[in-house]
Design a protein around this ligand. Structure first.
Ligand code: BGC
Length: 374
């Protein structure tokens, strides 16, 4: 029943657009429920990182284009706020929820309330853990993201190609490397770190890479809430404790651009300079300040995950479920949330270095030429 109504609404919106009705497209200023679709709740973790703003905007636009009304909320990394935002969405009659959690384990109760009312829940980019009340998962291949971060570091050191293929006649090292991971309450942090260590551990074992701080366990290198300031102060401590003897750190595995920016500040303060003893630093998300940092040589690489594509996948999942159809998945084995394996659709991440900024980020319309040069 419900499904049919929405299908008809979608057809109606399509017909409107086809008939050339001015202003009928995305972002049209129609009132609530204009397209006939119901309300969909979209919960995002924080506005403090650019990527989530782009995610939220893209999800909202894609849903509105299909005639839905959207309640988009940001919780500024405060867990109780996110719980009450989702409660509100349920109270307001949301027909589906798309949730990018702050802490993937803390939403069990509110998600059970959603499940009791037959509201489908899509985990957006971050897996919702320890709950049966999640229907599907839309994300990227997060293990591959970690491998790519490691390959980008090795590429910067001249050891491998960007796809991890060893370079003949590469320098023998040893190279000093320090490791950073994301927030332990985010399932992705483990996938990124495990992917990276899958690549780096053999080189640590054979002495090509040396972690002078000795900190190689995820619990030692994690960064709560992915905060740049926390990474900055850990980097300062590492430099003081391990590199005051005249040695230099040659590479840093960083899982996220905001963390990389904290690391860059710490290194600048410690007297490192670009073009001299500056280390190779990885990243993730292609945030604009970090793309500029890649242009200026402060950061070596980032991993681009197209938030527009992710938004489309999540929206397609929600709409399929509301139409009593089965969403498309391409992974039904890897994302066990502690209660069940959540059927997933994983997109492919792309490594960005100085040479392919234009090709990957500008040509695709993600950033403009001016923004990138800025
Ligand atoms: C996302 C990354 C992001 C990080 C910090 C992770 O869950 O997958 O893209 O860098 O959160 O926001």
């Amino acid at each position: 029943m419900k499904g049919k109504k929405i299908l008809l609404a979608t057809v109606a919106v399509g017909a409107l657009m086809l008939s050339g009705c001015a202003g009928g497209g995305a972002g049209g200023d129609g009132g609530e429920g204009d397209g006939g679709g119901g309300l969909i709740g979209v919960a995002m973790p924080t506005r403090s990182s650019e990527r989530w703003i782009q995610d939220g905007d893209a999800v909202k636009a894609a849903l509105e284009e299909q005639g839905y009304t959207v309640d988009l909320q940001y919780a500024e990394d405060d867990i109780p706020t996110q719980v009450s935002q989702i409660e509100n969405m349920i109270t307001k009659g949301a027909e589906a929820l798309i949730v990018a959690s702050i802490d993937g384990t803390t939403l069990t109760e509110v998600l059970d309330t959603a499940a009791d009312s037959d509201i489908p829940v899509i985990a957006y980019d971050r897996l919702l853990r320890d709950t049966d009340s999640v229907s599907y998962y839309a994300s990227f291949d997060n293990f591959l993201v970690g491998q790519q971060q490691a390959w980008s570091v090795l590429n910067g050191l001249g050891l491998t190609e960007l796809d991890g293929t060893p370079i003949e006649g590469a320098p023998a090292g040893p190279f000093n490397i320090e490791l950073f991971a994301g927030s332990l309450d985010d399932n992705n942090a483990f996938f990124f770190f495990n992917g990276a260590m899958d690549v780096l551990q053999p080189l640590i074992d054979d002495g090509t890479l040396v972690v002078k701080s000795g900190q190689t366990e995820i619990e030692q290198v994690a960064t709560l809430r992915w905060e740049g300031e926390a990474a900055q102060s850990r980097m300062e401590d590492i430099v003081t404790a391990n590199y005051s003897d005249g040695s230099t750190v040659n590479a840093i595995l960083s899982p996220y651009d905001g963390i990389s920016r904290g690391i860059i500040s710490a290194l600048t303060d410690a007297g490192y300079s670009v073009g001299e003893d500056w280390p190779i630093i990885s990243g993730q998300d292609a945030e604009i300040d970090s793309v500029k940092a890649i242009n200026s040589g402060e950061q070596y690489a980032t991993i681009f995950k197209d938030t527009r594509e992710l938004a489309d996948v999540a929206v397609d999942m929600a709409v399929a479920l509301l139409n009593d159809e089965e969403p498309e998945t391409n992974n039904t084995t890897d994302y066990d949330n502690g209660v069940k394996v959540v059927p997933s659709f994983l997109l492919d991440p792309v490594i960005v270095v100085k040479d392919n900024i234009n090709e990957v980020l500008v040509d695709s319309g993600y950033w403009t030429e001016e923004e990138v040069q800025g």
